[in-house]
Design a protein around this ligand. Structure first.
Ligand code: ZN
Length: 255
């Protein structure tokens, strides 16, 4: 968005999925966007914020499959275009999502949106140092994977990157938070950072991840990239967690 759509006048929009804009009907969005320009962007957790010259923000969540595409000729419109912006320079920006799991909304400010959604600090927030991270998790009930995926505690980590982090540290996903030592918490913090930085660097393309990573092997018939053991699956907070029983141990007792 920064490289293409900033500072261009928005002529009009098209909403192709009412579900994705559920909180702000199309006419409301059109009113907010028409004749405005995007001036800046920010990210918090899984949300992208595009700041308008009116002071309002367009908020985009990409679900599991969404992405943005910028193009000139409407013949290049992506197949799963759910939301389309027409710019005065003749180009368009499409929010393309094969599975309609995302969300597009308006916010008065990033802070107001964070408060409304009760979002915790971003996982890569520079103010979130290891000690703050430890204190945030300390005394929590429940499993470490659930805590890492909970956007109200920490924004930005989902099913895939919590699995990757716990795989690399060697912790079973159903391990209780309160059973983890301060040293293990620090290791989780450092690993989470390196996993997210790698994912951003490789543009979240699993095929470009290091082969020692769990992500490219994270399928029902996948094997551990480090020891070759078949990966196991277990449900945590309604999601399928993948782990290596050699590296991450068996189901913790009392889980
Ligand atoms: Zn293994």
């Amino acid at each position: 968005l920064d490289a293409t759509a900033l500072h261009q006048q928005i002529d009009d929009i098209e909403v192709h999925s009412e579900r994705i804009v559920a909180e702000n009907p199309g006419d409301h969005l059109a009113q907010a966007l028409r004749h405005r320009r995007f001036e800046r962007t920010r990210r918090h957790g899984k949300y992208l914020f595009a700041g308008l010259d009116s002071g309002e923000w367009l908020v985009l969540h990409f679900g599991m499959t969404g992405n943005l595409q910028y193009f000139k000729d409407m013949a290049q419109e992506p197949e799963y275009d759910q939301f389309l912006i027409h710019f005065g320079n003749g180009y368009q920006l499409a929010y393309n999502a094969p599975r309609k799991l995302g969300e597009i909304a308006l916010a008065d400010s990033v802070a107001a949106f964070r408060q409304e959604k009760d979002l915790g600090p971003d996982a890569l927030d520079p103010d979130l140092d290891p000690e703050a991270f430890r204190q945030m998790l300390e005394g929590r009930r429940g499993m470490i994977k659930s805590a890492l995926m909970n956007q109200q505690i920490l924004a930005g980590i989902g099913n895939v990157y919590s699995d990757e982090t716990l795989f690399q540290v060697g912790i079973h996903p159903r391990t209780r938070v309160k059973s983890l030592s301060g040293e293990r918490m620090l290791k989780i913090y450092e690993t989470m950072h390196s996993v997210l930085e790698t994912a951003i660097d490789r543009r979240a393309r699993p095929e470009q991840f290091p082969d020692s990573y769990l992500v490219p092997h994270r399928t029902p018939d996948g094997n551990c990239p480090l020891c070759g053991e078949p990966l196991k699956r277990v449900k945590v907070s309604g999601r399928s967690a993948y782990y290596c029983p050699n590296r991450q141990g068996d189901e913790p007792t009392g889980a």
